[in-house]
Design a protein around this ligand. Structure first.
Ligand SMILES: [Zn+2]
Length: 218
């Protein structure tokens, strides 16, 4: 799952309006940001198996720190606590919303991944395997993204002209990113690929910040 993760990020403002959209955008990909860094540094591992799933050839056989259930829960609590400690506004509800956003990543991964998500480190692996049918997985991604987008448009309003059209441009860019991600050549160097993934998430969060600058909550 890639752009579908941003559905919960866009929905975040319905729970905590003080949390900037870019924070929610980083939160929902937090475990994948870490995964990119860990894979690049040989801490977690992935291998290419041609035809592994219909959506991609990634055999994600070792990612206990970022994508096990306790791992995902731990990062969720940590991210929520950081907000509660550093934010002057909506400490409690903002922290809860951010923790839920971080954990939504694991739930959505659970739907599409083949069984590679450990319920405990070294334990039973789960995943409903929607990646075995890419068109269906893609429909779910877009469905989740657009549901969040609808909620975001409802709780915010444009400050000016840019704020009126930017969210739509942003959604189109995300669709392009999904297309590029799916059609990109298979990486043979996971040091570069890991960092590139992390940088991509940072760029998308920066694009979300343009929404913060050009729109306000109602
Ligand atoms: Zn993930």
């Amino acid at each position: 799952m890639f752009i579908g993760h941003y559905g919960p990020a866009l929905a975040g403002k319905t729970i905590a309006r003080a949390v900037p959209l870019w924070v929610f955008f980083l939160a929902v990909q937090f475990v994948d940001v870490l995964w990119g860094i860990f894979v690049a540094n040989g801490i977690e591992h992935v291998r290419i198996v041609p035809g592994f799933t219909d959506a991609n050839p990634l055999d994600l056989y070792d990612m206990p720190i970022t994508h096990s259930l306790p791992g995902a829960l731990g990062w969720s609590v940590l991210a929520g606590l950081v907000w509660a400690l550093v934010s002057p506004k909506q400490k409690r509800i903002g922290g809860i919303a951010i923790a839920l956003a971080v954990f939504s990543h694991w739930i959505l991964d659970l739907i599409v991944h083949v069984p590679d998500l450990e319920l405990w480190p070294g334990g039973l692996r789960v995943g409903f395997g929607l990646w075995n049918n890419y068109p269906v997985a893609l429909a779910v991604e877009f469905g989740v993204l657009l549901a969040g987008f609808g909620l975001y448009l409802r709780v915010t309003e444009a400050k000016g002209l840019v704020g009126r059209f930017w969210p739509w441009v942003f959604m189109a860019l995300l669709a392009l990113a999904e297309y590029a991600n799916h059609t990109a050549p298979v990486p043979d160097d996971f040091t570069t690929a890991g960092y590139m993934g992390t940088i991509t998430f940072l760029i998308i969060a920066a694009l979300a910040a343009i929404c913060d600058l050009t729109r306000r909550t109602r």
